[in-house]
Ligand binder design. Structure first.
Ligand SMILES: *[C@@H]1O[C@H](CO)[C@@H](O)[C@H](O)[C@H]1NC(C)=O
Ligand SMILES: *[C@@H]1O[C@H](CO)[C@@H](O)[C@H](O)[C@H]1NC(C)=O
Ligand SMILES: *[C@@H]1O[C@H](CO)[C@@H](O)[C@H](O)[C@H]1NC(C)=O
Ligand SMILES: *[C@@H]1O[C@H](CO)[C@@H](O)[C@H](O)[C@H]1NC(C)=O
Ligand SMILES: *[C@@H]1O[C@H](CO)[C@@H](O)[C@H](O)[C@H]1NC(C)=O
Ligand SMILES: *[C@@H]1O[C@H](CO)[C@@H](O)[C@H](O)[C@H]1NC(C)=O
Ligand SMILES: *[C@@H]1O[C@H](CO)[C@@H](O)[C@H](O)[C@H]1NC(C)=O
Ligand SMILES: CC(=O)N[C@H]1CO[C@H](CO)[C@@H](O)[C@@H]1O
Length: 643
């Protein structure tokens, strides 16, 4: 392979086409007179004496079926999730909420409690079958039907498969790639085919760190030559980055760390920081370019620690959000780069001000209508691409079954991607967010997706096989996504999470909802706070980082500063040459995978496109680039042939 994917893709950035249920029956009591239903025990008792409540076995939502009266082994519970429906518990309200979040076993208890979980929880947690006569309490929202008793669940089970998770015989593999030099917090594959890493600088536990290194993938078996030391002048912890749509494919890094929001020290330069690197060199040969900074003349207008960057359709860069220093006041605004000389390009965002501090590293995507999607905390909205005024407020993002206030952006960190767009680009575009955390510290076990430009968009919930906060989501060239890294407990930050999730998942949006997730192989290396995952040109995923206990003394750290670099691979390898190839063109697929910077659950710049193409008999194919910069903003892509 002589030319890099990016050289080919460069043409694409510039030329438009290149060669080559019903309600339960007794409900009227609650509906017509809710206060009486809640408080009017006498009235309920009168009803009860006339017609004692019975088990509801028909008119159940979905595929729920009544199972039995189940005793819990007090003080332990059978199911892990619950919520209260003080005035409106019923089979309808409890069961439909449990199945919406992917739980196929559920029960009502004590009249007003709703519990959800898995069938295996029943035996694992010591549930025992007791006589039906043990369940005697009427539902708080349905006096004609039974909702368990004290430590007694009115148990229902979903008949059929609610979550059809794939478990392939060959689940891919993690492989050790190369030893690293620092625990990086930002990884970007440059147009030179090398991986650029940035780390905390000045505040790193590694006194020998310069904050910036580049990995030559052709030299991973030759450690002493594989890494190039580079240099930043200010602290890039925790900044944003995108690959610019310019000819040099420069990486722009924005924001950074200062010790305190009020400090007047020089570390303020870091939070205003803008840094550029034009990747150079080639496989086996070090480049000579380094990170460039000019804090006096080239800086942000607001201090930003934990911002997100996005390349807009017109090629300018939007930088949004963050705080003005470590755990400081919010920077509830966006700004556009490059800044017009003397001008102020900031726009105040009241919704970021209101949701601080749960909105850091917000999720941003340019949609085909040109509107900008912003997902932050448990909210989402669409912004006008010129004024950045809100055009549409989307429904709140569902959280966990018991807590709608669970969130998706740092520190409740999930990960977000745009699902692939396919020629002729007439399908609605879908935003996917996976994982996140409850404010109480339980990681979320679901992905949610929405078609934000549809007329009445709603969130679709899909359960994941396990909980995950701080996942990374990586676009693979075949239109699937690998979900990896993260923890099952806690939130993002230092000393804030536990129980790493070692296994990877594959998310395949071409499958129906409920059948999209496959459980892949596991690593042995915990990858939690400050871990990254990045697509390599051959279709493997580079996995790096983790420093969840950075500020603990080394001997007391529960999880290490992780220097080792791995790859994760699933499925076939890809051929990224389009000028000449052998083989049939029938069944072939061509995708464009945009260059990304991976940090904190964001793959900034991410976008997968399946453009139209046609091949002639002599295997010469013509790929038609997306029709406009709203469908696909300018930028660098890997052009991948598969199939
Ligand atoms: C139950 O009642 C509460 C409080 O009125 C309400 O917020 C909630 O939406 C109701 N839930 C259902 C499933 O009807
Ligand atoms: C449950 O049923 C058993 C067996 O009939 C009975 O001995 C027990 O007292 C019942 N317990 C409750 C709490 O109703
Ligand atoms: C998981 O990966 C290991 C190597 O890391 C490999 O030996 C094993 O076969 C893989 N398991 C499956 C089920 O693919
Ligand atoms: C810094 O020192 C550590 C510990 O001695 C070493 O493992 C690491 O490779 C060094 N990093 C650099 C950038 O030299
Ligand atoms: C690249 O430069 C680094 C020093 O930053 C050196 O250690 C490494 O050997 C060089 N690699 C090559 C291929 O020359
Ligand atoms: C931002 O939020 C803070 C805290 O709620 C509030 O005091 C302040 O008035 C808000 N700023 C603006 C400009 O709305
Ligand atoms: C792109 O659009 C933004 C928002 O309207 C504007 O601030 C910026 O100047 C535009 N950039 C160019 C190159 O026109
Ligand atoms: C330790 C670990 O890997 N835990 C879970 C991570 O996620 C997979 C799939 O969701 C589970 O099967 C693991 O048990």
């Amino acid at each position: 392979m002589s030319s890099t994917p990016f050289q080919l893709a460069a043409l694409l950035a510039i030329v438009p086409a290149i060669r080559f249920t019903s309600v339960a029956r007794g409900d009227w009591v609650a509906k017509t007179n809710p206060s009486e239903a809640r408080g009017g025990l006498n009235r309920v008792a009168v009803y009860a004496s006339r017609a004692p409540p019975t088990v509801q076995t028909t008119d159940l939502p979905g595929q729920w079926q009544y199972s039995r009266c189940l005793a819990e082994p007090a003080p332990n519970r059978v199911f892990p999730y619950h919520f209260y429906l003080p005035g409106n518990n019923s089979a309808q309200n409890c069961l439909s909420q449990c199945s919406a979040f992917g739980y196929p076993a559920a029960g009502m208890e004590y009249g007003h409690e709703c519990w959800c979980g898995d069938v295996a929880d029943i035996t694992n947690n010591g549930g025992t079958t007791v006589p039906e006569s043990n369940c005697t309490m009427a539902c708080s929202g349905d006096s004609l039907h039974l909702c368990g008793d004290s430590w007694r669940l009115q148990l229902y089970l979903w008949s059929g498969t609610l979550n059809n998770w794939g478990t392939p015989a060959n689940s891919g593999r993690y492989e050790y790639l190369v030893p690293g030099l620092v625990p990086p917090l930002l990884a970007t594959v440059g147009i030179n085919g090398k991986v650029s890493f940035l780390e905390k600088f000045g505040t790193s536990e590694f006194q020998n760190s310069t904050g910036a290194y580049e990995l030559d993938l052709s030299l991973v078996n030759d450690f002493s030559h594989a890494w190039r030391e580079m240099h930043v002048k200010s602290d890039v912890f925790c900044s944003a980055a995108v690959v610019l749509p310019d000819k040099a494919g420069r990486i722009l890094n924005a924001g950074g760390y200062s010790k305190a929001s009020t400090s007047q020290d020089s570390s303020q330069d870091s939070t205003f920081g803008l840094r550029l690197y034009a990747p150079d060199g080639s496989a086996g040969v070090n480049g000579t370019n380094d990170w460039e900074e000019d804090p006096v003349n080239f800086k942000l207008q607001s201090r930003r620690w934990y911002p997100t960057a996005l390349v807009l359709s017109n090629g300018s860069v939007l930088v949004m959000g963050g705080e003005n220093g470590a755990n400081g006041a919010p920077s509830p605004s966006l700004e556009i780069l490059p800044r017009i000389p003397g001008g102020n390009t900031q726009v105040f965002l009241d919704w970021l001000n209101r949701t601080d501090p749960n909105n850091l590293y917000p999720f941003l995507h340019v949609l085909p209508s040109g509107l900008v999607f912003a997902g932050y905390y448990n909210e989402a909205r669409l912004l006008d691409p010129v004024t950045f005024a809100t055009v549409k407020i989307l429904p709140n993002i569902p959280g966990s079954v018991g807590n709608p206030l669970a969130g998706r952006s740092y520190p409740l960190e999930g990960a977000s991607v745009l699902l692939p767009q396919r020629a002729p680009y007439t399908d609605e575009t879908t935003v996917l967010i996976c994982g996140g955390s409850d404010s109480g510290g339980d990681a979320l076990d679901n992905c949610v997706s929405i078609q934000p430009e549809a007329t009445n968009p709603t969130w679709v919930i899909e359960r994941m096989p396990s909980k995950r906060v701080m996942p990374c989501m990586v676009a693979l060239p075949d239109g699937t996504f690998m979900i990896m890294n993260g923890a099952q407990k806690g939130v993002a930050g230092f000393n804030a999470a536990d129980d790493p999730n070692l296994s990877a998942l594959l998310y395949d949006p071409s499958q129906p909802v409920g059948s999209r997730i496959t459980i892949l192989n596991s690593t042995t290396i915990a990858r939690m706070y400050h871990s990254e995952a990045t697509l390599l040109p051959d279709g493997r995923v580079l996995v790096s980082g983790s420093d969840p206990n950075a500020y603990d003394a080394p001997e007391t750290r529960k999880f290490p500063e992780e220097l080792r670099i791995e790859t994760g691979a699933y499925g076939k390898k890809y051929q990224i040459n389009v000028q000449l190839f052998h083989g049939k063109t029938s069944g072939m697929r061509v995708s464009l995978v945009a260059a990304t910077s991976s940090t904190h659950g964001n793959a900034m710049g991410g976008r997968t496109t399946f453009p139209a193409f046609s091949c002639s008999g002599n295997n010469v194919c013509t790929v038609t680039a997306p029709p406009n910069a709203r469908v696909s903003p300018p930028g660098w892509h890997q052009l991948v042939r598969s199939g």
